[in-house]
Design a protein around this ligand. Structure first.
Ligand code: GH3
Ligand code: MG
Ligand code: MG
Length: 356
């Protein structure tokens, strides 16, 4: 029962799901179809999952045309392209603003030249006619300057709007890249950075800190029995139970396929165990029902390991200890919380072989 924690196991789990969908729907195992189903298995693109689920619900199958449409709509224009587009729009905008500044500087230089010219002419103006000519020149220069300023102002205000829009786009792309779309929890990338920060803070301020690692019990059997779509609903249910039981500065994330992790700053081991137990109970009390048929699917349970921060910890060592406790919870019957102070969490020593 290896927990698919590392990249390798996680990607294999996704690949397994992709292949089993292709088999179940008797589709050609082409790279395009595999890519579609792999994306589906990761849940990273909720719109793709939604369209597939809807089509399957309505028609019971996906035609070649459906698959083509899904591929070109959701896979070809990928996130990198969107980031590239935003990037090139930012560069365009910067260039336009710089050109504008150049033009404004040019027109200010022209204006000061025309002022100098007017001043020289004033010196030479002998009569009312001469004065009038100089004043007309000054008024003309001031009007041109005013018109230029207005243009500049309009262009700058348009640029400001465009830049605000680009900032929103970048924010959306960034948020998307740090969120797990299936559960809307943070993803591992976000968590890794947040954990480093929280650990540094806890060490500087000498505050306690704890980490929970949760894993769904017998999830493979559940998936095999009820299908991955229903399995995905279970992942959402666990995510909701996690969200409902963490607060404030806690950082909860989907760490891998069916693994969840929560960092709890300013939290003692004892309090962290209480949080873990609330999450565990929240999951086990929810009765699952298949939406399409109303069929009762029973309940799922989760096991949780809890570790607390030691001064010598790295993110990896802290996660490893929580993971060891999680394994101990599995070994000891699942649907339980085990912390590193529990005797069950002690590393297993191999029993000496009996010799008759
Ligand atoms: P244990 O109680 O020991 O944890 O058993 P398990 O069956 O949960 O553990 P195992 O690691 O063997 O299986 C994990 C399964 O989780 C494999 C895969 O089918 C499923 N899984 C991983 N990611 C996803 C996902 O995104 N969606 C769905 N539906 N299933 C997933
Ligand atoms: Mg697992
Ligand atoms: Mg599991």
């Amino acid at each position: 029962m290896p927990v698919p924690r590392d990249e390798h196991a996680r990607t294999l789990a996704f690949a397994d799901i992709a292949l089993s969908q292709i088999k179940a729907l008797a589709q050609p195992a082409t790279p395009r179809n595999f890519e579609i189903w792999y994306n589906y298995a990761t849940g990273y693109n909720p719109a793709l999952n939604q369209l597939i689920n809807q089509t399957l619900e309505q028609k019971g199958a996906l035609s070649e045309a459906d698959l083509d449409h899904i591929y070109t709509t959701y896979i070809t224009p990928n996130r990198t392209e969107r980031i590239d587009t935003v990037n090139s729009r930012v560069l365009d905008e910067i260039k336009q603003v710089l050109d504008m500044i150049d033009a404004a500087a040019g027109s200010a230089t022209d204006y000061s030249a025309s002022l100098a010219d007017a001043s020289a002419r004033l010196d030479g103006a002998r009569d009312g006619e001469g004065l009038r000519a100089v004043i007309e020149l000054l008024v003309k220069g001031a009007r041109e300057m005013e018109a230029n300023n207005k243009k500049l102002e309009a262009r700058l205000s348009a640029s400001k709007q465009e830049i605000e829009q680009l900032q929103q786009n970048l924010h959306a792309v960034r948020t998307e890249s740090l969120t797990d779309p299936l559960t809307t929890l943070s993803n591992r990338k976000f968590f890794d950075a947040a954990l480093d920060k929280a650990m540094a803070e806890a060490k500087t301020t000498n505050q306690p800190m704890a980490l929970l690692m949760a894993d769904i019990d017998h999830f493979k059997t559940f998936n095999d029995k009820f299908g991955h779509l229903t399995g995905d609903q279970v992942l959402r249910l666990v995510a909701v139970s996690v969200k409902q039981n963490v607060k404030g500065q806690d950082v909860a994330a989907r760490y891998g396929g069916e693994e969840f992790v929560v960092a709890l700053p300013n939290t003692t081991l004892q309090s962290a165990i209480t949080v873990a137990d609330h999450i565990r109970r929240a999951v086990m009390t929810k009765e699952l029902m298949k939406r399409s048929t109303g069929e009762r699917l029973g309940r799922v349970t989760i096991s949780i390991g809890v570790a607390n921060l030691r001064p010598s910890d790295t993110a990896q060592s802290l996660i490893e200890r929580a993971d060891m406790c999680l394994y101990a919870a599995k070994r000891n019957g699942r649907n339980r919380v085990i912390c590193e102070a529990d005797p069950e969490a002690a590393p297993q020593t191999a029993k000496p072989a009996r010799v008759a």
